[in-house]
Design a protein around this ligand. Sequence first.
Ligand code: FES
Length: 685
Amino acid sequence: MNARPNHAEPLVLFMPSGKRGRFPKGTTVLDAARQLGVYVESVCGGRATCGRCQIEVQEGHFAKHQISSSKQNISPPGSTEARYAEKRELPPGRRLSCSATIEGDLVIDVPQDAVINAQVVRKDADTRVIERYPAVQLCYVEVEQPDMHKPLGDLDRLKEQLRKEWGYKRLAVDFHLLSDVQNILRQENWAVTAAIHHDDEDDTAHVIALWPGLKNEAYGLACDIGSTTIAMHLVSLLSGRVVASAGAPNPQIRFGEDLMSRVSYVMMNPDGRQAMTRAVQQEVSRLIERVAVEGGVNRTDILDAVFVANPIMHHLFLGIDPTELGGAPFALAVSGAVKTRASDLRLGLNRGARLYMLPCIAGHVGADAAAVTLSEGPDRQDEMMLIVDVGTNAEIVLGNRHRVVAASSPTGPAFEGAEISSGQRAAPGAIERVRIDRETLEPRFRVIGSELWSDDPGFAEAVAETGVTGICGSGIIEAIAEMYLCGIISEDGVVDGALAARTPRIESQGRTFAYLLHEGEPRITVTQNDVRAIQLAKAALYAGIKLLMEKQEVETVDSIRFAGAFGTFIDPMYAMVLGLIPDCELEKVSAVGNAAGTGARMALLNRNHRRGIEATVRRIEKIETALEPKFQEHFVHAMALPNKVDPFPKLSLQVQLPPRKVLAEGGAEAPRRRSREKRIARRRQ
Ligand code: FES
């Protein structure tokens, strides 16, 4: 029941923002939203022609908010709204907020997906709905015609109209529009749509593009430039929908597989930096063409672009020499967010299109980690969340709303299949899942491209085309974890040669032993060196995580998010068995896919997210693993499976960890091995 006295003005609550206020009857819902600072899209300025201002009335009694909302409390559709509904079709339940007026208490839902033109919408894109408040807004106006008695220029009258109707007080116009403005104004009888870029409340807004008549669609790009892959989404700025996505290998791979070899290339070759910048910008431009074609969008309708990347990719994409990032103190040329024109990077978008790059957290922790932080929001919650983005350098963020710390760990490329004797990138034919029978020590496995296990009927036929070509990152992790669970390797990672008496799968290789995973062409074994390479990588990662946990003064973490492609395929249980990550409830460990891409999309669609992540990054404490004396100690402990000193009680509830088994590798004594590990840890730092 509505307990409010009848004479009071109606109460209106907007969802999902939760903003509320009282308004006189007859106020349009759009006006009410604006007064409360709720972003409701509007291109036509309330003329009931663009259809962008759709809302829905929620019916019922909302006890928590003390509001009884009903469709009776909003005005029935007037003639303009009825005309729009007839011509363009309004989905059932939707109303145009510029026409509908408040007549009683209302709970208003602002849908974030008001699609006007039927678009191809990717089903496989991350479907997270992002509340919109984009930096680019389309504003339709009807400009006064010229008058001999008022010698104000066409452009000045356009600005005046934009100020009057849209409230832009400080407005500049991009120079490139000056030569076209008179022609555009006259094409549709002085009706034009201006694209206005206004990123920061304190900044001057800029008219960046102009079209005759009503322009009712504009797009933006969200792009993650990874060392190996570039991933791009084309997004409608007016509905938030992803209309096309594409990915491509980073062409810089030809200059160097990993980041440091690309920095070396720049240092060794006089025009190396230019060549790499050109390569990545050209590939980005090609991807833009692909998403534009797939989405049926003209490139010139793309008005905004958000990019994220690790620090070295960030610098190379912007044309900055990354040499300083090759060694301590890992100085970034710029750590804050970069705002510029897309034309500065020759991306072939609309001439006025803008570009925004998220801030970098530190010399080793880039704008991609900032985007993952924005996406997952450790700083928005109470729990202690660990985010791990595994690449050649693992980027690690740990925190909650009180404090966030970040570091990178020099894991090397082993997790990506490099440095592994049969290692390969994740591609069809690569072993990605491994199980080993505890009694017989016989393996079975699955390869990318087939759902069948190697002992299932029909497996040979299913993989006939791809073959079994090698083992990828997630496969090697499972193989080594299973070898440990079966007792094939000790907690120190030594392959037990004595088991050769039990199974021909244990093979002697000089002073060490290997495990035969697949007898075929190629023959796939897990060698002692492979185990060592994974131990070194996981020890580096875990040592970095431990440093952050110490800074936070916590013994455990509440949840773990794996970002990036590697995290998508890795089984959290095996990652924990190996001691890649600290003990945690398994159901609290999840893969978040291309969270960097999601963070980029959030920054594209809502400028408040840009301010939010800029402030968060300023607050994040950066830990430089290279300078931390305890790194080596943590590293040496983390060489053991899962760890020499840290307990894994939650993991032990899920899987039976084998009893301790101490073996000497090839006669090497443990103390000698320890001092070697310390040396490696120092080198890795
Ligand atoms: Fe354009 Fe309502 S603002 S239809």
